[in-house]
Design a binder for this molecule. Structure first.
Ligand SMILES: Nc1ncnc2c1ncn2[C@@H]1O[C@H](COP(=O)(O)OP(=O)(O)OP(=O)(O)O)[C@@H](O)[C@H]1O
Ligand SMILES: [Mg+2]
Length: 307
Protein backbone atom coordinates (compact mmCIF):
# COMPACT_ATOMS: atom_id res chain seq x y z
CA UNK A 1 0.00 0.00 0.00
CA UNK A 2 1.53 3.32 -0.99
CA UNK A 3 1.98 5.93 1.70
CA UNK A 4 1.00 9.52 1.13
CA UNK A 5 2.58 12.72 2.37
CA UNK A 6 0.11 14.27 4.79
CA UNK A 7 0.97 17.88 3.94
CA UNK A 8 0.33 18.92 0.36
CA UNK A 9 -0.20 22.11 -1.53
CA UNK A 10 -3.48 22.99 -3.26
CA UNK A 11 -3.65 26.32 -5.05
CA UNK A 12 -1.23 28.36 -2.97
CA UNK A 13 -2.30 26.81 0.33
CA UNK A 14 -0.66 24.14 2.43
CA UNK A 15 -3.26 21.60 3.48
CA UNK A 16 -3.22 18.43 5.57
CA UNK A 17 -4.76 15.26 4.20
CA UNK A 18 -6.88 12.84 6.21
CA UNK A 19 -5.29 9.59 7.30
CA UNK A 20 -6.24 6.36 5.58
CA UNK A 21 -7.61 3.50 7.67
CA UNK A 22 -5.67 0.25 7.82
CA UNK A 23 -7.50 -2.50 9.74
CA UNK A 24 -5.34 -4.25 12.39
CA UNK A 25 -5.51 -7.87 11.25
CA UNK A 26 -5.24 -9.33 14.79
CA UNK A 27 -8.71 -8.00 15.63
CA UNK A 28 -10.34 -9.44 12.51
CA UNK A 29 -10.85 -13.17 12.10
CA UNK A 30 -11.11 -14.71 8.61
CA UNK A 31 -13.66 -13.21 6.27
CA UNK A 32 -16.58 -15.52 5.45
CA UNK A 33 -18.96 -15.53 2.45
CA UNK A 34 -20.45 -12.37 0.89
CA UNK A 35 -19.23 -13.35 -2.59
CA UNK A 36 -22.27 -11.95 -4.40
CA UNK A 37 -22.17 -8.63 -2.52
CA UNK A 38 -18.43 -8.25 -3.23
CA UNK A 39 -19.00 -9.11 -6.88
CA UNK A 40 -21.63 -6.37 -7.13
CA UNK A 41 -19.31 -3.76 -5.57
CA UNK A 42 -16.42 -4.68 -7.87
CA UNK A 43 -18.65 -4.62 -10.94
CA UNK A 44 -20.04 -1.21 -9.94
CA UNK A 45 -16.52 0.20 -9.66
CA UNK A 46 -15.37 -0.91 -13.11
CA UNK A 47 -14.77 2.10 -15.34
CA UNK A 48 -13.18 3.13 -18.59
CA UNK A 49 -12.80 6.06 -20.97
CA UNK A 50 -16.50 5.91 -21.79
CA UNK A 51 -17.88 4.55 -18.55
CA UNK A 52 -17.85 6.15 -15.10
CA UNK A 53 -17.58 4.05 -11.94
CA UNK A 54 -20.81 3.80 -9.96
CA UNK A 55 -21.23 4.55 -6.26
CA UNK A 56 -22.89 1.68 -4.38
CA UNK A 57 -24.95 2.10 -1.23
CA UNK A 58 -24.83 -0.74 1.32
CA UNK A 59 -28.01 -1.15 3.35
CA UNK A 60 -28.32 -3.42 6.36
CA UNK A 61 -29.04 -3.91 10.04
CA UNK A 62 -26.36 -3.02 12.62
CA UNK A 63 -23.43 -5.44 12.80
CA UNK A 64 -24.14 -7.42 9.61
CA UNK A 65 -20.77 -6.54 8.09
CA UNK A 66 -21.09 -3.42 5.93
CA UNK A 67 -17.78 -1.94 7.08
CA UNK A 68 -16.04 -5.30 6.93
CA UNK A 69 -16.99 -5.76 3.27
CA UNK A 70 -15.32 -2.50 2.39
CA UNK A 71 -12.20 -3.30 4.45
CA UNK A 72 -11.89 -6.60 2.55
CA UNK A 73 -12.33 -4.86 -0.78
CA UNK A 74 -9.78 -2.14 -0.01
CA UNK A 75 -7.25 -4.68 1.26
CA UNK A 76 -7.58 -6.89 -1.82
CA UNK A 77 -6.92 -4.01 -4.20
CA UNK A 78 -4.27 -2.35 -2.02
CA UNK A 79 -6.23 0.91 -2.33
CA UNK A 80 -6.12 3.43 0.46
CA UNK A 81 -9.38 3.63 2.34
CA UNK A 82 -10.64 6.90 3.78
CA UNK A 83 -13.63 6.69 6.11
CA UNK A 84 -15.98 9.54 6.86
CA UNK A 85 -18.27 8.91 9.83
CA UNK A 86 -21.70 10.40 9.21
CA UNK A 87 -23.69 12.08 12.01
CA UNK A 88 -26.37 14.75 12.44
CA UNK A 89 -23.94 17.66 12.89
CA UNK A 90 -21.95 17.18 9.66
CA UNK A 91 -21.98 20.37 7.58
CA UNK A 92 -21.48 20.64 3.82
CA UNK A 93 -18.02 22.11 4.35
CA UNK A 94 -17.04 19.24 6.74
CA UNK A 95 -17.41 16.97 3.72
CA UNK A 96 -14.79 19.01 1.87
CA UNK A 97 -12.37 20.82 4.18
CA UNK A 98 -12.17 22.18 7.71
CA UNK A 99 -9.72 24.29 9.72
CA UNK A 100 -8.08 23.69 13.08
CA UNK A 101 -5.68 25.62 15.28
CA UNK A 102 -2.16 24.90 14.07
CA UNK A 103 0.52 23.24 16.23
CA UNK A 104 3.16 25.16 14.29
CA UNK A 105 4.01 28.57 15.65
CA UNK A 106 4.37 30.04 12.14
CA UNK A 107 0.71 29.29 11.34
CA UNK A 108 -2.49 30.27 13.09
CA UNK A 109 -4.76 27.78 11.37
CA UNK A 110 -4.28 24.61 9.30
CA UNK A 111 -6.54 23.46 6.49
CA UNK A 112 -7.64 19.83 6.90
CA UNK A 113 -8.89 17.95 3.87
CA UNK A 114 -11.82 15.64 4.61
CA UNK A 115 -11.50 11.88 4.02
CA UNK A 116 -13.67 12.38 0.92
CA UNK A 117 -11.44 15.01 -0.67
CA UNK A 118 -8.27 13.15 0.34
CA UNK A 119 -9.58 10.05 -1.47
CA UNK A 120 -10.54 12.15 -4.50
CA UNK A 121 -7.10 13.75 -4.58
CA UNK A 122 -5.13 10.48 -4.25
CA UNK A 123 -7.40 8.09 -6.12
CA UNK A 124 -8.37 6.13 -3.01
CA UNK A 125 -11.67 4.73 -1.80
CA UNK A 126 -13.97 6.98 0.21
CA UNK A 127 -16.44 5.18 2.46
CA UNK A 128 -19.11 7.32 4.11
CA UNK A 129 -20.46 5.32 7.00
CA UNK A 130 -23.96 6.06 8.35
CA UNK A 131 -24.67 8.39 5.44
CA UNK A 132 -28.37 8.38 6.40
CA UNK A 133 -27.50 10.36 9.55
CA UNK A 134 -26.12 13.31 7.54
CA UNK A 135 -28.65 16.07 6.89
CA UNK A 136 -29.74 16.65 3.27
CA UNK A 137 -28.38 20.22 3.37
CA UNK A 138 -24.86 18.89 3.95
CA UNK A 139 -25.22 16.11 1.38
CA UNK A 140 -25.88 18.60 -1.41
CA UNK A 141 -22.11 19.01 -1.83
CA UNK A 142 -21.84 15.33 -2.77
CA UNK A 143 -24.01 15.66 -5.85
CA UNK A 144 -21.24 16.90 -8.16
CA UNK A 145 -18.90 14.18 -6.81
CA UNK A 146 -21.31 11.40 -7.69
CA UNK A 147 -22.28 12.40 -11.21
CA UNK A 148 -20.28 13.03 -14.39
CA UNK A 149 -18.70 16.16 -12.93
CA UNK A 150 -16.59 14.23 -10.39
CA UNK A 151 -15.49 17.36 -8.56
CA UNK A 152 -16.16 19.10 -5.26
CA UNK A 153 -16.11 22.81 -4.54
CA UNK A 154 -14.64 23.87 -1.21
CA UNK A 155 -15.63 27.37 -0.13
CA UNK A 156 -13.02 27.36 2.62
CA UNK A 157 -10.18 26.53 0.24
CA UNK A 158 -11.68 28.55 -2.58
CA UNK A 159 -10.81 25.65 -4.87
CA UNK A 160 -12.48 23.03 -7.03
CA UNK A 161 -10.95 19.58 -6.56
CA UNK A 162 -11.37 17.08 -9.39
CA UNK A 163 -11.38 13.36 -8.64
CA UNK A 164 -8.33 11.30 -9.62
CA UNK A 165 -9.38 8.52 -12.08
CA UNK A 166 -8.75 5.90 -9.37
CA UNK A 167 -11.21 7.48 -6.92
CA UNK A 168 -14.05 5.20 -5.86
CA UNK A 169 -17.01 5.95 -3.60
CA UNK A 170 -19.24 3.79 -1.43
CA UNK A 171 -21.52 4.53 1.51
CA UNK A 172 -23.48 2.55 4.05
CA UNK A 173 -26.64 3.13 6.00
CA UNK A 174 -28.63 1.23 8.54
CA UNK A 175 -31.93 -0.01 7.17
CA UNK A 176 -33.91 2.34 9.45
CA UNK A 177 -32.20 5.46 8.08
CA UNK A 178 -32.67 4.79 4.37
CA UNK A 179 -35.84 6.90 4.26
CA UNK A 180 -33.92 9.90 5.58
CA UNK A 181 -31.74 10.06 2.46
CA UNK A 182 -32.87 12.66 -0.08
CA UNK A 183 -33.82 11.58 -3.57
CA UNK A 184 -30.93 13.54 -5.16
CA UNK A 185 -28.49 11.25 -3.32
CA UNK A 186 -30.46 8.01 -3.59
CA UNK A 187 -30.81 8.41 -7.33
CA UNK A 188 -27.02 8.76 -7.71
CA UNK A 189 -26.08 5.97 -5.33
CA UNK A 190 -26.44 2.78 -7.35
CA UNK A 191 -26.54 -0.13 -7.04
CA UNK A 192 -28.22 -0.34 -3.66
CA UNK A 193 -26.92 -3.53 -2.10
CA UNK A 194 -28.83 -5.19 0.72
CA UNK A 195 -26.53 -6.79 3.27
CA UNK A 196 -28.69 -9.37 5.01
CA UNK A 197 -27.95 -11.69 7.91
CA UNK A 198 -25.45 -14.40 6.91
CA UNK A 199 -26.59 -18.01 6.56
CA UNK A 200 -26.31 -20.16 9.68
CA UNK A 201 -23.36 -22.07 8.21
CA UNK A 202 -21.52 -18.78 7.66
CA UNK A 203 -22.09 -17.70 11.27
CA UNK A 204 -20.73 -21.12 12.32
CA UNK A 205 -17.59 -20.47 10.27
CA UNK A 206 -17.18 -16.96 11.67
CA UNK A 207 -17.28 -18.48 15.17
CA UNK A 208 -14.85 -21.27 14.20
CA UNK A 209 -12.43 -18.70 12.75
CA UNK A 210 -12.65 -16.73 15.96
CA UNK A 211 -12.04 -19.76 18.19
CA UNK A 212 -9.20 -21.37 16.23
CA UNK A 213 -7.52 -22.50 19.46
CA UNK A 214 -10.46 -24.83 20.17
CA UNK A 215 -10.95 -28.02 18.21
CA UNK A 216 -13.97 -30.31 18.49
CA UNK A 217 -15.42 -28.57 21.57
CA UNK A 218 -16.33 -25.55 19.48
CA UNK A 219 -18.94 -27.54 17.56
CA UNK A 220 -20.73 -28.43 20.81
CA UNK A 221 -20.65 -24.79 21.83
CA UNK A 222 -22.06 -23.74 18.45
CA UNK A 223 -24.93 -26.23 18.90
CA UNK A 224 -25.56 -24.89 22.38
CA UNK A 225 -25.51 -21.33 21.06
CA UNK A 226 -28.13 -22.07 18.37
CA UNK A 227 -30.34 -23.85 20.89
CA UNK A 228 -30.18 -20.79 23.19
CA UNK A 229 -30.75 -18.44 20.25
CA UNK A 230 -33.74 -20.38 18.97
CA UNK A 231 -35.29 -20.46 22.42
CA UNK A 232 -34.71 -16.73 22.84
CA UNK A 233 -35.79 -15.46 19.40
CA UNK A 234 -37.94 -18.26 17.98
CA UNK A 235 -35.78 -18.06 14.83
CA UNK A 236 -32.95 -20.25 13.64
CA UNK A 237 -30.51 -17.77 12.16
CA UNK A 238 -30.96 -14.03 11.69
CA UNK A 239 -28.08 -13.04 13.90
CA UNK A 240 -25.56 -10.34 13.01
CA UNK A 241 -21.90 -11.45 12.95
CA UNK A 242 -21.12 -8.75 15.51
CA UNK A 243 -23.51 -10.31 18.04
CA UNK A 244 -22.07 -13.80 17.51
CA UNK A 245 -18.51 -12.43 17.80
CA UNK A 246 -19.30 -10.51 21.00
CA UNK A 247 -20.98 -13.57 22.47
CA UNK A 248 -18.01 -15.88 21.97
CA UNK A 249 -15.69 -13.01 22.89
CA UNK A 250 -17.37 -12.53 26.27
CA UNK A 251 -17.51 -16.29 26.86
CA UNK A 252 -13.77 -16.48 26.18
CA UNK A 253 -13.07 -13.64 28.60
CA UNK A 254 -15.13 -15.35 31.31
CA UNK A 255 -13.14 -18.51 30.64
CA UNK A 256 -9.80 -16.63 30.80
CA UNK A 257 -10.90 -15.06 34.07
CA UNK A 258 -11.51 -18.50 35.57
CA UNK A 259 -8.32 -19.97 34.10
CA UNK A 260 -6.20 -17.16 35.53
CA UNK A 261 -7.53 -17.89 39.00
CA UNK A 262 -10.53 -15.56 39.08
CA UNK A 263 -10.74 -12.69 41.53
CA UNK A 264 -7.32 -13.30 43.02
CA UNK A 265 -5.47 -12.73 39.76
CA UNK A 266 -7.52 -10.00 38.08
CA UNK A 267 -9.09 -8.04 40.95
CA UNK A 268 -5.80 -7.56 42.79
CA UNK A 269 -3.87 -6.55 39.67
CA UNK A 270 -3.17 -2.84 39.37
CA UNK A 271 -0.87 -2.50 36.37
CA UNK A 272 -2.38 -0.78 33.35
CA UNK A 273 -2.12 -3.95 31.27
CA UNK A 274 -3.31 -6.27 34.02
CA UNK A 275 -6.33 -7.23 31.96
CA UNK A 276 -4.16 -8.69 29.21
CA UNK A 277 -5.16 -12.11 27.96
CA UNK A 278 -2.22 -14.23 26.73
CA UNK A 279 -2.51 -15.21 23.07
CA UNK A 280 -2.74 -18.91 23.88
CA UNK A 281 -5.71 -18.33 26.22
CA UNK A 282 -7.61 -16.13 23.78
CA UNK A 283 -10.81 -17.90 22.67
CA UNK A 284 -9.86 -21.23 24.24
CA UNK A 285 -11.18 -23.23 27.16
CA UNK A 286 -14.74 -21.91 26.85
CA UNK A 287 -17.12 -24.19 28.74
CA UNK A 288 -20.90 -24.38 28.24
CA UNK A 289 -21.42 -22.47 31.50
CA UNK A 290 -19.31 -19.56 30.16
CA UNK A 291 -21.32 -19.46 26.95
CA UNK A 292 -24.63 -19.59 28.80
CA UNK A 293 -23.59 -16.87 31.16
CA UNK A 294 -22.38 -14.65 28.27
CA UNK A 295 -25.58 -15.35 26.33
CA UNK A 296 -27.81 -14.30 29.22
CA UNK A 297 -25.75 -11.19 29.83
CA UNK A 298 -25.81 -10.07 26.20
CA UNK A 299 -29.25 -11.13 25.03
CA UNK A 300 -31.74 -12.07 27.71
CA UNK A 301 -30.81 -9.84 30.67
CA UNK A 302 -31.86 -6.57 29.07
CA UNK A 303 -34.82 -8.10 27.28
CA UNK A 304 -36.17 -9.26 30.65
CA UNK A 305 -35.45 -5.90 32.31
CA UNK A 306 -36.98 -3.79 29.54
CA UNK A 307 -39.67 -6.21 28.45
N1 LIG B 1 -18.44 -11.94 6.46
C1 LIG B 1 -17.81 -11.78 7.63
N2 LIG B 1 -16.82 -12.63 7.99
C2 LIG B 1 -16.20 -12.48 9.18
N3 LIG B 1 -16.48 -11.51 10.07
C3 LIG B 1 -17.45 -10.63 9.76
C4 LIG B 1 -18.16 -10.72 8.53
N4 LIG B 1 -19.07 -9.74 8.48
C5 LIG B 1 -18.92 -9.03 9.62
N5 LIG B 1 -17.95 -9.55 10.39
C6 LIG B 1 -17.51 -9.05 11.69
O1 LIG B 1 -18.69 -8.61 12.39
C7 LIG B 1 -18.44 -7.40 13.10
C8 LIG B 1 -19.43 -6.34 12.65
O2 LIG B 1 -19.19 -5.99 11.29
P1 LIG B 1 -19.29 -4.47 10.76
O3 LIG B 1 -18.75 -3.51 11.78
O4 LIG B 1 -18.71 -4.47 9.41
O5 LIG B 1 -20.88 -4.31 10.70
P2 LIG B 1 -21.73 -3.06 10.18
O6 LIG B 1 -22.78 -3.60 9.30
O7 LIG B 1 -20.82 -2.02 9.61
O8 LIG B 1 -22.38 -2.54 11.55
P3 LIG B 1 -22.98 -1.07 11.93
O9 LIG B 1 -24.26 -0.91 11.16
O10 LIG B 1 -23.25 -1.14 13.40
O11 LIG B 1 -21.94 -0.07 11.57
C9 LIG B 1 -16.98 -7.05 12.82
O12 LIG B 1 -16.20 -7.54 13.88
C10 LIG B 1 -16.66 -7.80 11.54
O13 LIG B 1 -15.28 -8.10 11.41
MG1 LIG C 1 -20.62 0.01 10.19
Amino acid sequence: MKTTERKISIGNKNVFQSEPFEPASNFFSGFVGRESELRMIIAAWISGDYSLPMSPLLIGEPGVGKNRLIYERAQKTGSQLYIFQGHEDVTAEDLACSVRFSDQSANVMDYMLSPLVTAMYNGGICFIDEIGKIRPRALALLVSVLDERRYIDSTLLGERIHAHPGFRFVAATNTNDINLLPEFILSRMRPQIDIGYPAKSEIDNIIRNQCTGMKKEVDHLIDLFWALWEEHTNTFGNIAPRDAIYLFGLASKLSAYDTAGGDGAYMAAKAYNSYQIPKELSHTGIRPAHLESAFHKLFTDRATKTG
